[in-house]
Design a protein around this ligand. Structure first.
Ligand SMILES: Cc1cc2nc3c(=O)[nH]c(=O)nc-3n(C[C@H](O)[C@H](O)[C@H](O)COP(=O)(O)OP(=O)(O)OC[C@H]3O[C@@H](n4cnc5c(N)ncnc54)[C@H](O)[C@@H]3O)c2cc1C
Ligand code: SF4
Length: 483
């Protein structure tokens, strides 16, 4: 333990400042300013080395948090990044984008603000890149076996990096024109600049992972070709079918899924021209869905110059403090203000949309009413009907599962009860030699889970091909998969 009195001497939790709203709305760069290393060390010293670090369980990767807090405090940054990379292939993604369930289970968090674990994580990896310590890890053996990883989101990338390092020939297939999955085309630039994906891909290419973009597996490469050319397959195809809102007027122009809108904005940040781009510029925007995807639509709409933005959520507004139903060390239900919410727009809770209204085939408004929860069901609040003008409606209500037709059904994989691909404790699907990782098997989730599952699936593939594996397996995802 670095400083036995750290948590007593430094009771304040400090985080980097966000850039002023007026300024950050003028560009697409990340919203946070740099964080001073001295402050970071002070924050790391607040870690109590509490004996039973609940943060380990809170983190799906089992990140060795107290160890690297201690190493940062002692200025042993190189050892720190080694401990971090031992459990996490891509701390630059989680350090920016993870909702940090580890912090929700931090023991200090029982009666003080939790340790700033996620900030220490991102600073460790950024410092390591700056110092040139993130070198390719070349495989020491070649197994002669080939693995196809389908999908290049965080699950596919983690599986590919682990399998390449274990000596297998790994090809990542991606149907989009660039690698990264939702990291690339879902998450906006202001949450994570895409150069951080490219920097990591450079390392993976040198290590030997091959990437093939613009290949829709199941269409451009048939299932027979896939099985013939590869000894094993990892399905990391995500959960890409957006939940729809089949109410009257849904067919009107101007109503789009969030994942029709966000990828186009991301493409423009890459310098692409998007003919007929869906933009919020000068429009009255209504986002249906109060979660992170909705918040990303909000920040994007504001940067594009929307006239107004409302974000609707059917659930009631959560409490300001941790709800009694989610006690420590669980992830708390509570009201959160993301950087996008700070930038503008109106959040409307307990609201249900019942009809889209239009003129000449284009949406002009929606009709909605307030709801209350009675016995776990939503009930309309009589007399609460209202109409709100809209010329762009974005549906951000989550995802219902992976697409089946072109690839999954042809492969013959089985499905679980929530429409996801069924898998066992080794992340194997019902088809021998075909494994699954990330949202495709778990359902819509988080980057940290996708990386954890990619690592676990890689160990499952290695065991399948070699009869044993030395690849580490995050324990928690395996337990969850077995359930
Ligand atoms: C807008 C948005 C914002 C989010 N923000 C956050 C956040 O801030 N923090 C967080 O932790 N999580 C966030 N998430 C969730 C997170 O992005 C996902 O949980 C994670 O990306 C899942 O990773 P994955 O690798 O399983 O799938 P994905 O990232 O979805 O990648 C799947 C890839 O497979 C490809 N693919 C599918 N079928 C084929 C095929 N037949 N052939 C070739 N390629 C194929 C797809 O094109 C895609 O690139 C967000 C999600 C969305 C939609
Ligand atoms: S990956 Fe997420 S849960 Fe794990 S240590 Fe980092 S911020 Fe915490």
């Amino acid at each position: 333990m670095a400083d036995p009195r750290g948590f007593l001497n430094h009771t304040e939790r400090e985080l980097p400042d966000r850039r002023p709203v007026d300024l950050r709305l003028m560009d697409w760069k990340e919203v946070y300013t740099e964080f001073d290393k001295g402050h970071l060390k002070t924050q790391a010293s607040r870690c109590m080395d509490c004996g039973i670090p609940f943060c380990h369980n809170g983190c799906p990767l089992g990140n060795l948090i107290p160890e690297w807090n201690d190493l940062v405090y002692k200025d042993r940054w190189r050892d720190g990044i080694e401990r971090l990379h031992a459990t996490n292939n891509f701390p630059e993604f989680t350090g920016r984008l993870c909702p940090a369930p580890c912090e929700a289970s931090c023991v200090l968090g029982i009666n003080q603000p939790a340790v700033t674990i996620k900030q220490v994580e991102v600073e460790l990896i950024e410092n390591a890149f700056d110092e040139g310590w993130v070198a390719p890890v070349m495989p020491t053996v070649k197994t002669g076996k080939n693995v196809a990883v389908i999908g290049s989101g965080p699950a596919g990338l983690a599986a590919a990096q682990q399998l390449t390092r274990a000596g297998h020939g790994v090809t990542v297939f991606e149907r989009a024109d660039r690698i990264g999955g939702l990291l690339r085309y879902g998450i906006p630039e202001f949450k994570m600049e895409k150069r951080f994906i490219d920097r990591r891909l450079e390392q993976m290419r040198i290590e030997g992972t091959e990437f093939r973009t613009n290949v829709n597996v199941g269409v451009d490469v048939t299932v027979d070709e896939l099985r013939e050319d590869f000894d094993a397959v990892v399905l990391a195809v995500g959960s890409t079918i957006g939940r729809d809102l089949p109410i009257p007027g849904r067919e009107l122009d101007g109503i789009h899924q969030a994942m029709e809108f966000l990828p186009q904005a991301n493409r423009v940040q890459h310098g692409d021209t998007v003919p007929g781009q869906i933009v919020a510029t000068g429009k009255k925007v209504i986002i249906i869905g109060g979660g992170d995807t909705g918040a990303d639509c909000l920040g994007t709409s504001l940067r594009q110059g929307a006239e107004s933005v409302h974000q609707f959520e059917i659930m009631p507004r959560p409490p300001m403090e941790r709800a009694g139903s989610t006690p420590w060390p669980t992830y708390p239900l509570m009201y959160r203000v993301s950087s996008a919410h700070e930038e503008g727009g109106d959040r409307v809770f307990s609201v249900n949309t019942e009809e889209f209204v239009g003129e000449n085939g284009k949406v002009t408004a929606l009709k909605a009413h307030e709801v209350t929860m009675v016995g776990g069901r939503f009930e309309k609040v009589e007399g609460s009907d209202f109409t709100l003008e809209a010329d762009l409606v974005l549906l951000a209500m989550g995802f219902v599962g992976p697409e089946r037709e072109d690839l999954l059904d042809k492969l013959g994989v089985g499905y679980g009860d929530r429409g996801v691909i069924a898998r066992d404790g080794d992340f194997a699907s019902t088809v021998p030699g075909v494994f699954v990782a990330g949202d495709a098997g778990r359902g819509q989730s988080l980057i940290v889970w996708a990386i954890a599952e990619g690592r676990a699936a890689a160990a499952g593939v290695d065991k399948f091909l070699e009869g044993h594996t030395v690849l580490p397996v995050p324990i928690y995802p395996t337990q969850v998969a077995q359930r």
